[in-house]
Ligand binder design. Structure first.
Ligand SMILES: C[S@@+](CC[C@H](N)C(=O)[O-])C[C@H]1O[C@@H](n2cnc3c(N)ncnc32)[C@H](O)[C@@H]1O
Length: 288
């Protein structure tokens, strides 16, 4: 993985047409670019994908055209209804644990409708496909991390996984997940703390939508890999807005460098059917 360079530049027109190609523009390098147009908009390009994906704001391969201000508006894709957009904005703006627990207490009963009907949420399906593609024995124990209402559990069940546990600290979200009858066990626990689960308990793990703005940071990764058995897989999505900012890139590199994990595949994809850019990373790692 190459390093990330920080480049500060001023943009003359804050409303540059994103579709306009400038032949004089230098080829883009993996970089973080701060664009000062009164307010600062951080536009981050990532070098980990064949597609130079934009992390905040607009990106086309080899183009730096954008509209200043898209960085914030891009966090929330167009939703079918205002309520769905408002709930997602609230989810992305969480301040502390009490905020997070409060949000999911209020949201549990309508979460699926917001995410699936309102936003066309894709991650549970895409990440389940990723895990299923790498799994030959569907009977091994799988942990759904930050399982919420169980959308990923449902997808795994549809792909033939027979023994999936759910872990989440929201009792209200887990109550909805339990009604699906796709989980072996529901575990109420905080992912930011040490887990009361023995080493190498799970054959695999999945996490969708939980490594995102205002939610769970990268410090839990070592603990999650601890409970996955050697040779087991962990498939997860990471919102590209927190990939670098929250330090997921650095923590995964640290775990890879110290021999704990091995990257099998990483690709940029859409979190939502309504996303206008590839706004998440789909990762598949093997526990060493
Ligand atoms: C956006 S939802 C994702 C749910 C599900 N994986 C999905 O894709 O629909 C995030 C979930 O993470 C849970 N969560 C957030 N912080 C957590 C923490 N520190 N420990 C355990 N669960 C947490 C929330 O309760 C919520 O259910």
């Amino acid at each position: 993985m190459a390093g990330i360079a920080n480049v500060n530049t001023n943009v003359d027109s804050p409303r540059a047409d994103p579709s306009t190609k400038n032949p004089n523009r230098p080829a883009p390098k993996p970089s973080t670019i701060s664009v000062n147009t009164g307010t600062t908009v951080v536009i981050t390009f990532c070098n980990l994908s064949p597609i130079p994906s934009l992390i905040h704001g607009y990106c086309q391969p080899c183009e730096l055209g954008y509209t200043a201000g898209m960085a914030s508006s891009n966090r929330i894709p167009p939703a079918v209804d205002a309520k769905s957009a408002e709930l997602l904005e609230r989810a992305y703006s969480l301040g502390d644990e009490q905020d997070t627990r409060g949000l999911y207490r209020d949201w549990a009963e309508t979460y699926d409708k917001t995410m699936l009907d309102g936003l066309g949420y894709l991650s549970p399906r895409l990440v389940s496909d990723l895990l299923a593609a790498g799994t030959s024995d569907l009977t091994g124990r799988v942990l759904d991390v930050g399982a919420g209402t169980g959308l990923a559990g449902q997808e795994l069940n549809a792909r033939g996984f027979t023994c999936v546990d759910a872990i989440d600290y929201s009792a209200e979200m887990l109550a909805v997940a339990g009604k699906r009858k796709v989980y072996n066990r529901l575990i109420e626990a905080d992912l930011s703390k040490p887990l009361d689960i023995p080493d190498q308990t799970y054959a695999a793990a999945i996490c969708t939508g939980t490594f995102t703005h205002g939610h769970v940071g990268p410090s839990c990764l070592a603990e999650l890999f601890r409970i996955i058995r050697r040779g087991g897989l962990f498939a997860f999505s990471i919102n590209s807005g927190v990939w670098i900012d929250a330090g997921f890139d650095r923590e995964l590199k640290r775990l890879e460098d110290n021999g704990t994990i091995h990257l099998i595949t990483r690709e940029a994809d859409n979190l939502f059917a309504t996303s206008s850019t590839k706004d998440c990373w789909l990762n598949l790692y093997e526990r060493r």
